[in-house]
Design a binder for this molecule. Structure first.
Ligand code: G3P
Ligand code: MG
Length: 453
């Protein structure tokens, strides 16, 4: 009798444990029980209707927190790329890499990705945070432009076609008392103007590669001796003294923050001076107003407050720098805000529209069967945007509409609580990029099967 009772007790305990686990599962995945299994084992019912169920799938991969974490290529990234390429290394479906990072040319990033992932990535498959800034060249090619950001951004801006451009490092070198505590006052001005093409990609990612390029690594990191005092020489004209940029002769028209600045103190000071001096950092706001000088446009390449590198917790991104600069600006101007502040990068529409154009031309080059669609529609059953940052990757894909499908992975910024973000909720939330590709391909098959029923 006692034995039967203890047996019953054990059974009851096991049942409540299973119940707890299920509830936990529900909590962990934040989905209903059925859906929970779906995240892991894919249910048969398509999760959402596709505007073009017969079309091929396409993919847009985020980089930081999805494919790499700082120096480390994530193992699931190699797995995911294998699922999307033939044994001969050809792409099966249209794929772009859409990051809020940058600091190198698209060609350089394609080289890096090919090295890291062991698949052939073409420059036309790469969308960096500053890539859409190319569209500003027709208007700004001959206008004085100030760029900020780590890495090769000056060379990148010049490779896009901006002719009268200088970097904040050069401005600091020309005006050494403007940012007296800047880390590298006279660094690099000469060398920047000299070298036209960025250096060749290193084999494995290193922090500077993901966020910038070694050629302009800080002296502290690279141990480089200060640049020779060629600043202002015939070979290396000083953009301020010799070319008059950022002076009343050629006030700055637009500031482009192309990547996260490598010196927040220097760049926040100089950008504040250029904004309040209407393009001339040495000019007071009062004399700028008296001169009726037009306001300077300020464009950030992305709004990321946080991003994920090797460090166990997410790091400040360009959005944090923007927040800091605009709060100082507001504080010092009785609550004012610069006239023209624009953000590019995910979740904003520019990279998504560009991705649609690149994916469509890839689909044609791959010779994939593309169903007839109405003008303005896209012949894809889904464009799976795989990302780690809900506020950038998920919000962007959710807002992009059409066949865009947000897929959230848990290998970067997003670390719960719960399996999915309850603010920017992804269509699918999975552990990593390999599971994301599985989910997308499974769903594509399901869509096709159901559309034939
Ligand atoms: O600085 C890059 C970072 O903000 C995010 O990069 O690749 O996750 O969009 P990614
Ligand atoms: Mg990311």
């Amino acid at each position: 009798m006692a034995q039967r009772q203890s047996g019953k007790l054990l059974l009851r305990r096991a049942a409540s444990l299973a119940q707890q686990l299920l509830q936990q599962q529900q909590h962990v995945t934040g989905c209903t029980a059925a859906a929970a299994t779906q995240c892991r084992t894919f249910s048969s019912k398509p999760l959402w209707a596709s505007p073009c169920p017969h079309g091929p799938p396409a993919f847009a991969f985020d980089i930081d927190g999805v494919l790499v974490r700082g120096k480390h290529v994530l193992p699931w990234a190699l797995e995911a790329m294998k699922k999307l390429t033939t044994p001969g290394g050809q792409w099966r479906y249209p794929v772009v890499f859409m990051t809020n990072g940058g600091g190198v040319t698209e060609g350089r990033k394609a080289e890096q990705l090919s090295n890291w992932l062991g698949v052939p990535v073409a420059p036309e498959q790469v969308i960096l945070a500053h890539t859409p800034m190319r569209d500003l060249v027709p208007e700004l090619a001959q206008r004085p432009v100030l760029v900020s950001g780590r890495g090769d951004v000056l060379q990148v801006a010049r490779s896009y076609g901006f002719q009268r451009v200088l970097h904040t490092r050069e401005l600091a070198a020309a005006l050494p008392t403007a940012a007296p505590f800047a880390k590298y006052p006279l660094q690099a001005a000469g060398t920047e103007r000299g070298s036209s093409t960025p250096a060749v990609a290193s084999a494995a990612p290193d922090a500077s590669d993901t966020a910038g390029t070694a050629p302009f690594a800080s002296p502290a990191r690279a141990g480089a001796a200060p640049a020779p005092a060629t600043h202002g020489s015939a070979a290396h004209p000083c953009p301020v003294r010799d070319l008059g940029l950022a002076t009343e002769a050629a006030p700055i028209d637009t500031i482009l923050v192309m990547t996260d600045p490598d010196d927040w103190y220097r760049d926040s000071q100089l950008l504040y001076d250029v904004l309040t001096g209407a393009g001339v950092p040495t000019r007071s706001p009062a004399s700028a107003a008296a001169a009726g000088a037009p306001p300077v446009k300020l464009i950030f390449s992305n709004p990321d407050l946080l991003w994920a590198n090797e460090f166990p917790r997410s790091r400040f991104g360009q959005g944090a720098f923007a927040h800091m600069l605009l709060s100082i600006y507001s504080r010092l101007t009785a609550g004012a805000r610069p006239h023209h502040v624009t953000y590019y990068g995910k979740p904003n529409p520019q990279p998504y529209r560009l991705a649609e154009r690149l994916l469509l031309s890839q689909a044609q080059q791959l010779g994939l069967h593309l169903p007839q669609v109405a003008p303005g529609e896209l012949p894809f059953s889904g464009i799976y945007a795989v990302g780690d940052n809900p506020a950038a990757d998920v919000r962007g894909a959710n807002q992009a509409g059409g066949p865009w499908v947000s897929v959230l992975v848990r290998t970067g910024v997003f670390q719960g609580p719960g399996p999915n973000c309850d603010v920017d909720t992804a269509r699918v939330a999975v552990d990593d990029v390999a599971a994301a590709v599985d989910a997308a391909l499974h769903h594509t098959r399901n869509l096709r099967w159901h559309s034939m029923r």
